[in-house]
Design a protein around this ligand. Structure first.
Ligand code: MLT
Length: 395
């Protein structure tokens, strides 16, 4: 009767395990302060523009003439227009019908897999955001891994052995922070086109990119025939608790003679009733003034990342990320296993990070820190971890 595929999953989701270990340590050591640098949860408040837009929307909902019930199926037009404009700033032209507003990238990344048959094969990089793996395991799909490690700067490129129906890519990457350039992304697009694969492209961290790197896979020629893009306001504008994201399903994306855009519309209209008007008004305000408020917040987080990476540099520790990403992924000292380092960091420094093993086999000697904490926590946690790393290295 029950879905037996669930029994193949790890007992709990990565961040639930980390949170449980943290709670247990806190209850055994009530006098110790814990420095949280694990889950990528934001700490700065919503920007002034977002709050004002949401307040105005709340007021409208209290007046008969401006009250609204169910919203437009794919999201309010004003928000889809703003998203379209945002893409235009990357020279990507979208049709409004290609944009679907949702409650966040995580749910869409998981739910989108419903459009594929159970025997579709899936390719994921290792290490990887666990949602891609777990949601396909729940459906009983065969998962293949492509190795991301120091030898390829955590940016794997496909070879013939990697052919699969569904390919997950995340750039800037969670957990490694590595970012694909145009040429490399172009090779993935060519590979997907040649094999009839669909790339599920997670662009949740695109706002963190500085310089000439692709923000969207649709900046790459041919991507509209082989890719779907998932994005979110969570990390861009502090919406982890507010909940809003968007998915772009190009009209040109067709497999087995069927439009994935039409399938996704059918799926969403059946199982999802949209995001509240108030939240969508807030989301649209994120793009006001070229995303000025969000960019300021991101600058703060990137300064946090700089504090972490400078400390790692001075210790001679290998890491990726930090410059175009809110994550820093570093090698555990003395080849230590990441869960072992997690326990040590908690016990000796009271710092909670995320063990790389939670993201896959190739992460097992790495540790991820988030730059989303506040400045004080980041500074103290970095200093404590730095001292711990130096001690471990001394042996
Ligand atoms: C993370 O820490 O990897 C993220 O917060 C997870 C997520 O966005 O769901």
């Amino acid at each position: 009767m029950i879905n037996k595929n669930y029994s193949a999953l790890k007992e709990s989701y990565l961040f639930s395990t980390v949170a449980r270990k943290q709670r247990e340590f806190a209850s055994e050591n009530p006098s110790l302060k814990i420095y949280k640098m694990s889950i990528g949860d934001v700490t700065l408040p919503l920007s002034k523009e977002v709050v004002e837009a949401m307040n105005k929307a709340v007021a409208e909902m209290g007046v008969k003439e401006t009250f609204r019930g169910y919203g437009d199926e794919q999201g309010y037009r004003f928000l889809r227009e703003s998203i379209k404009e945002h893409y235009r700033s990357y020279n990507v032209e979208l049709d409004e019908k290609e944009i679907f507003v949702s409650d966040g990238a995580k749910s869409d990344l998981g739910n989108f897999t419903e459009l594929f048959s159970a025997d579709a094969t899936v390719l994921v990089p290792d290490p990887v955001y666990p949602v891609y793996v777990d949601s396909n395991m729940m459906a009983g799909r065969r998962i293949k891994y492509i190795k991301a490690d120091k030898t390829n700067s955590f940016l794997p490129m496909p070879s013939e052995d990697d052919a699969a129906d569904i390919i997950y890519l995340c750039s800037p990457n969670n957990p490694t922070g590595a970012v694909y350039g145009r040429k490399e992304l172009g090779k993935w697009v060519d590979f997907a086109l040649a094999h009839g694969s669909v790339i599920l492209f997670d662009a949740a961290y695109e706002f963190f990119i500085d310089g000439d790197l692709p923000h969207s896979i649709f900046e790459i020629e041919g991507a509209k025939e082989c890719a779907v893009e998932f994005c979110s306001f969570s990390k861009t504008a502090g919406f982890t608790g507010v909940r809003c994201g968007y998915t772009v399903v190009p009209e040109k994306l067709v497999r087995d003679g069927v439009s994935l855009n039409k399938m996704w519309l059918r799926r969403q209209t059946t199982k999802f009733n949209g995001v509240s008007y108030i939240v969508q008004r807030g989301a649209a305000a994120v793009f006001a003034d070229g995303g000025k408020g969000a960019k300021e917040t991101i600058r703060y987080y990137k300064e946090n990342a700089g504090i972490i990476t400078r400390a790692l540099d001075s210790l001679g520790v290998f890491y990726t990320g930090g410059s175009n990403s809110p994550y820093v992924f570093f090698e555990c000292p003395n080849g230590m296993d990441s869960w072992e380092f997690f326990d040590l960091a908690l016990k000796r420094a009271q710092v909670v990070g995320t063990p790389g093993a939670g993201f896959g086999e190739n992460g097992k000697k790495f540790f991820r820190l988030t730059a989303f904490s506040d400045r004080e926590t980041t500074m103290i946690a970095t200093e404590r971890l730095g001292n711990l790393i130096a001690d471990v290295k001394k042996g």
